[in-house]
Design a protein around this ligand. Structure first.
Ligand SMILES: Nc1ncnc2c1ncn2[C@@H]1O[C@H](COP(=O)(O)OP(=O)(O)OP(=O)(O)O)[C@@H](O)[C@H]1O
Ligand SMILES: [Mg+2]
Length: 257
């Protein structure tokens, strides 16, 4: 895929993103999360999460099952309203913003489950994602990015393989031209031969935009991301460059079931 095609997928082509409503943000983080608390009803899951995402590059969010990773992403996109703390995105407070507005302001989200409409075709799924650009152009660009989807355009998404579904979900999110893409387990249920292809694409995207990747494949996540956060019981317990985190003996301890 050419650089100009990536530029068209990820925004206005000027990286780092310029933060139109909010002055010069080229050096400040795109996302700043402070002391975030959230949960489900009376059951609190996040107990003061702090994290930052730069204007471009990927961060990994790691942690064992139930650590609160999905809950953190759901709170960032606004599916769950926090009970404490602050989310700042692209220079503006987003803590209580509606999901729709967050998406319009540049947050993209590929959930862990139900990330495509299984009864709609691949083409229809993509058309739903192409809110801010010409559908035909957008579809051409994502097919350049994930050519495997090209032969599947008129198939219903329910008939796709695990890897193709993830590619479709990522493509759909990209068609919304996000500044930041949050991916919850993008290689879950994906055949090993396709995992590398997805990782390579995410690595390429991260040069141009901000990515948060939640992954069980820790080695892959640390390869895609420059910086990593490790969660345990709703708190960030370890943070650092991916290289430092990879070498930290506490990583295994926090990931052990
Ligand atoms: N809808 C819900 N209602 C009540 N509790 C929930 C709900 N969803 C998740 N939880 C609880 O919140 C905690 C964190 O779950 P979460 O899905 O955020 O973890 P995770 O780190 O994404 O785990 P996994 O790696 O298994 O995806 C768990 O104890 C889980 O049981
Ligand atoms: Mg999860």
């Amino acid at each position: 895929m050419s650089n100009s095609a990536i530029d068209q997928l990820v925004g206005d082509g000027s990286a780092p993103h310029a933060g139109a409503q909010s002055g010069d943000l080229s050096t400040s983080p795109l996302l700043e999360v402070k002391a975030l608390q959230a949960g489900y009803g009376r059951s609190q899951v996040l107990f003061g999460v702090d994290l930052e995402c730069p204007q471009s590059g990927a961060i990994a969010l790691l942690g064992r099952n139930g650590a609160g990773k999905t809950t953190a992403l759901k709170t960032l996109i606004g599916e769950i309203l926090p009970t404490g703390g602050e989310i700042r995105f692209d220079g503006l407070v987003a803590t209580r913003e509606a999901t729709e507005r967050r998406v319009r302001r540049g947050m993209g989200y590929v959930p862990q489950e139900h990330s495509v409409f299984t009864s709609l075709t691949v083409r229809e799924n993509l058309a739903l994602g192409a809110i801010s650009q010409d559908t035909a152009d957008g579809i051409e660009m994502v097919l350049d990015f994930f050519p495997k989807l090209g032969a599947r355009l008129d198939q219903t998404a329910g008939t796709l393989s695990g890897g193709e579904r993830k590619m479709l979900a990522i493509s759909r999110a990209l068609l919304g031209k996000p500044k930041m893409l949050m991916l919850d387990e993008p290689t879950e249920g994906v055949w090993i031969g396709v995992i590398e292809e997805i990782a390579e694409r995410l690595h390429r995207l991260a040069r141009e935009m901000s990515i948060i990747i939640v992954e069980q494949h820790v080695e892959l996540a640390l390869r895609v991301a420059d910086h990593a956060y490790v969660m345990d019981r709703g708190k960030i317990v370890l943070e650092g460059s991916s290289k430092d985190i990879r070498d930290d003996p506490r990583l295994i301890q926090y990931l052990a079931p």
